[in-house]
Design a protein around this ligand. Structure first.
Ligand code: DHE
Length: 526
């Protein structure tokens, strides 16, 4: 960065594309996206943040702007080759590599001055426990929907590109949103206002809120850190995601709250370790992560509370979820790729999921699920005296059902194409899953009968994308996303499967029912 065109001209250096692009960036983009491309009013423009945006789309956005956002169209101001140069520039790494340490995190925090005086009762009339928080990705807004009347109570602008499920305080009053850019927003659902915000990282995966509502942990890809906050989003500490000897560091795949264990469980994407960080004030000291006490000249155990308890694995884990007892983490493993000439290379297809026992702290089973199971969206339910887990698959057109007593596969249920999400509810016989990854079947939802493990019905919206179901508190209605810019939230009667209502929305992504979330319904993500 910091390219000086005048200096380049004086030195007789050619104003090559990158120099030109840097100057264009400073002139047109820096005010909103930040001088270092770390984001500001607009999102960060770093290669890591743009992984999901194709360069052709970036050129489109620069030329035509982004509807319903502050991003203006530059097509009139800039020549096509300038747009091209700018689009190429934002995918180039920033040098020196950007950092985001504790001081930056602390400095980013803002809080509403009136936060403490806000009344502890809803300013609106509806059941606060049957409220839906709907993330609209099309124009980066959030809608709050009354889950009895299916009416929008309030709609507000969110940070750019929220990702992962928002997390709720145990009383359902506050919700915490995480954006891919690292922003965490604490929103008071009862008073309809943002009460605090902080930027935990530059590229964040997700956030988890402790079962007691006192702590929030953020998992980052960039930098390689976890950040721990109190409920008011004051930074408590950061953790470097490294091996014990500090030699290797990793992106953090995800963090989840394991409420009965009073701990956060953390998967690392590049290091074969699963971490457990207890927030229990009475937690036992940790003896495997010795810290040297130089005054005493001896190694001492790490404190148990907020210390890192490491489980060493053979393979790193991606997303994961827990069994009901929270004794096991069930995680997806990326397929192993052998280096050329590697005699140790596996001869058989590698397992793509594993079961880790968090108490004895080792892998106890491999789950023979083909493809790329999306275990973060897995659900559990009772079946013939046992409990089973069902997981959609990002690669294969099938749902895998596993017996959780034996960890053996029970059934592979064919769907019309690979899907992302799966949802059910204790009070409904069906598990709903999508095929949104399949160009030919993205318009179809498949309903699986939990009693027979057979496909019971399909719901279609021809030529359009249907995805992500969430149930009302009582399980009587299913709310589904019509995942289009001119999309909608479609409400179905979960028994008759008839459409009850359709609320227009801008690419609704996920929707979250307060009650199902705070009671950790077995049919929903945690
Ligand atoms: Fe997600 C949740 C990972 C792409 C929409 N996604 C999650 C979680 C993880 C994850 C680990 C659980 C976090 C939580 O809820 O606390 N997602 C990944 C990926 O690795 C992947 C495949 C690639 C990536 O770029 O990150 C990915 N995810 C997507 C999308 O493309 C989706 C469909 C659209 C989007 O907005 O990004 C998407 N992910 C979601 C949603 C949830 C989610 C809506 C919350 C689901 C829920 O019901 O709780």
């Amino acid at each position: 960065m910091g390219v000086d065109l005048a200096r380049a001209a004086e030195a007789g250096e050619p104003a090559d594309n990158s120099i030109r692009a840097a100057a264009l960036y400073q002139a047109h983009c820096a005010a909103c996206h930040g001088g270092q491309r770390l984001g500001g009013m607009g999102p960060a423009l770093l290669p890591q943040s743009l992984e999901r945006l194709k360069p052709a789309e970036a050129r489109q956005v620069i030329t035509h702007g982004r509807a319903a956002t502050q991003m203006p169209a530059f097509g009139e101001k800039l020549a096509a080759e300038d747009v091209q140069a700018l689009a190429a520039w934002i995918y180039a790494p920033v040098s020196p590599a950007p950092t985001w340490g504790e001081a930056a995190i602390r400095a980013s925090r803002t809080a509403a001055p009136n936060a403490k005086e806000l009344p502890a009762k809803p300013a609106w009339k509806a059941d606060p426990m049957n409220l839906f928080v709907v993330v609209e990705g099309g124009d980066h807004h959030v809608s709050l929907v009354d889950g009895d009347r299916f009416e929008v109570i309030h709609r507000f602008a969110s940070r750019f590109a929220l990702h992962g499920g928002p997390k709720f305080s145990p009383d359902g009053r506050f919700v915490y949103f995480g954006s891919r850019d690292g922003w965490i927003t604490k929103y008071d659902l009862w008073n309809l206002q943002v009460v605090a915000e902080v930027r935990a990282g530059l590229n964040m995966r997700n956030v988890a809120v402790s079962g007691d509502g006192k702590w929030l942990m953020a998992a980052n890809y960039l930098p390689h850190t976890l950040a721990l906050f109190d409920a008011a989003l004051n930074l408590v500490k950061t953790y470097a995601a490294t091996t014990l000897d500090g030699q290797a560091s990793s992106r953090v795949s995800a963090v989840y709250d394991a409420a009965p264990r009073k701990s956060f469980v953390v998967a690392l994407k590049d290091i074969p370790e699963l971490w457990e960080i207890s927030y229990d004030p009475q937690a036992e000291p940790i003896f495997d992560g010795y810290v040297h006490d130089y005054r005493q000249g001896e190694a001492i155990a790490q404190p148990g509370t907020f210390g890192i308890r490491r489980t060493l694995l053979d393979e790193p884990l991606d997303d994961f979820f827990f069994d009901q007892s929270y004794a096991h983490a069930l995680g997806a493993t990326r397929p192993r790729t052998a280096a050329p000439g590697d005699a140790q290379a596996p001869t058989q297809a590698p397992p793509t999921a594993q079961v880790v026992n968090l108490d004895i702290r080792r892998k106890i089973a491999e789950l023979p699920i083909a493809g790329m199971p999306h275990l973060g969206s897995g659900i559990t339910f009772p079946f013939k005296g046992s409990t089973v887990l069902a997981s959609p698959n990002l690669q294969g057109g099938a749902v895998d059902v596993i017996d959780m007593k034996t960890w053996r596969p029970l059934q592979r249920i064919a769907t019309p194409g690979p899907g992302f999400f799966m949802r059910s509810h204790e009070a409904t016989p069906y598990a709903w899953t999508d095929s949104m990854m399949s160009p030919g079947a993205r318009d179809t939802l498949t309903l699986i009968d939990k009693r027979t493990l057979q496909v019971a019905a399909q719901i279609r919206e021809p030529g359009r994308t249907l995805a992500h179901t969430e149930f009302t508190r009582d399980g009587r209605f299913a709310l589904v996303s019509l995942w289009e810019m001119d999309g909608a939230l479609i409400v179905y009667d979960a028994q008759t499967l008839k459409e009850v209502k359709r609320l227009p929305m801008s690419k609704p992504v996920g929707k979250y029912n307060v009650w199902n979330k705070i009671t950790r319904s077995e049919g929903t993500s945690h």
